[in-house]
Design a protein around this ligand. Sequence first.
Ligand code: GTP
Ligand code: SPV
Ligand code: MN
Length: 580
Amino acid sequence: MTTGNQALKQWVDDVASHTRPERIHWCDGSAAENRALVSEMLADGTLHTLDQKRWPNCYLHRSATNDVARVEHLTFICTENENDAGPNNNWMAPDEAHRLVDGLFAGCMKGRTLYVVPYCMGPIDSAYSRCGVEITDSPYVVANMRIMTRMGSAALKRIERENSFVKGLHSTGELDPEKRYIMHFPQELSIKSIGSGYGGNALLGKKCHALRIASNQARQEGWLAEHMLIVGLQDPTGRTRYIAAAFPSACGKTNLAMLVPPKSLAEWKIWTVGDDIAWLHPGDDGRLYAINPESGFFGVVPGTGRDTNCNAFDMIHHDTIFTNVGVTADNEPWWEGRDESAPALDWQGRPFDASNGPAAHPNSRFTVSARQNADYSPLADDPRGVPISAIVFGGRRRELAPLVYQARDWKHGVLMGASVASETTAAAAGHVGVVRRDPMAMKPFCGYNFADYWAHWLQVGAKLKNPPHMFHVNWFRRDGDGRFLWPGFGDNLRVLRWILDRCEGTGEATHTAIGDLPTSDALNLSGLDVSQSDMDALLSVNPAAWRDELRSVGEYLDSYGDRLPPELRAEYARITAELS
Ligand code: GTP
Ligand code: SPV
Ligand code: MN
């Protein structure tokens, strides 16, 4: 297989003559191709087989021990003007970045296969979808891209028809952190990534294309590319409304997107549209419509249990690639939170020893087709997307942020999103548990200056006759002993229900300076074992602590200087005044 598209053919030829692969393979995305790839990976140790009786078509991949998460310090936005990347990004001049990585790519595929991976982000027949081609020398990346994107012949046809695609060049290189870079060239619609085989560093359709490059395209074209789940909530009358929610990495998107209702809300039904990325477009009716550009889930494994999320738990029992989990004596995958059996080997393949840390790496992941989710929305493939009633921002904060509060309008919502702070997680290399600003959960993913991004959000909102209502949630409040105050998971539906009520103008609320909170009896808490004092803590605003928080938000916004949209500054002034 090859292509009649001259630009694509030329690019593949150029890359091949620079990287010197032994062979070139054009991926068609077929089951036969995947079977052949899996056998090769089993033969060379890239994949390990798991008990095929109980875990059919499930495999384990162990990545290099120094290559287990995204690397934000090695991720760059390469624009001519440094200010266009903004203080939120690492920046390098395009010429310098090309020179640096091209040196590392020279001859890097010697003795290896170069795979050409055409893919489509979004339903193949949607006007909102965008295509890309990833060149990679990693068969593990190919197998993951086949699950996570619409990969293969149909995507290639669309690319040939449109004659436009994002170019993503990837090599695992030497897996040396000193020679690892994830470079983005928004003006050229291209990505170059070398030195990592892991997740967001290597599956270029995901964070690199669908967020960092796409956020630039979205800004030019009047839409939004966001780190958001999309979920449909069907109430007992049979009516389904859709919510999009932005939480930072490893802060609960996958779990909320496939939530299992608690017994007292058993007449509700949840439909997953997406668990990580949303592309949002203003529709002709003045509403905002969302598509999920992905077709699979690359989800956090630890914590996935029968009790917390039986939906996800069942979904990953067949046709799943596990990365960096432990293994039981019976050759089953094992992770903290699986609640049955015990680990024999840890994620590095060593005999399990609790003094070495957890058996599964905290950022161990499953890769699984979205179709394996029993609650996958029939509208997930709809080229028009789904209309969004509410946008929810959230963070992981042991203190301060209440369980839920509502913004009074879009402008306030944009400030609420811009002010999100969250404890860092194992999804990125570096310290875990440190609170940092993560506006709209996009700190690692916005491909341009946040000040311009907030201005763009304000512009999109101004165009919407029926904008989504906006909220902030926090499932992660703790007491002094580190115990979570809120049960989370399925019980989060109790909060979503109030959110939907508020979208209809019902649902009781108390006004505070930071936004509207549910009154103590507005949340359905039947069958829930949470003490009154915990509920009081979850639904209160401490003015002194919030004055400190707003001071810190103010300093953060000031770091964007004159580029900060005046409307955001005005909104900030309004809230600060009300709080003082
Ligand atoms: P990325 O894929 O990194 O973008 O993460 P995500 O936002 O999809 O996070 P995910 O749903 O995978 O959750 C991450 C971790 O948080 C897992 O260990 C979950 O078990 C845990 N978690 C999710 N929801 C809740 C919740 O409501 N309460 C508590 N306490 N933990 C949760
Ligand atoms: C995240 O870190 O937000 C993820 C995992 O969803 S990765 O694909 O590695 O970015
Ligand atoms: Mn994510």
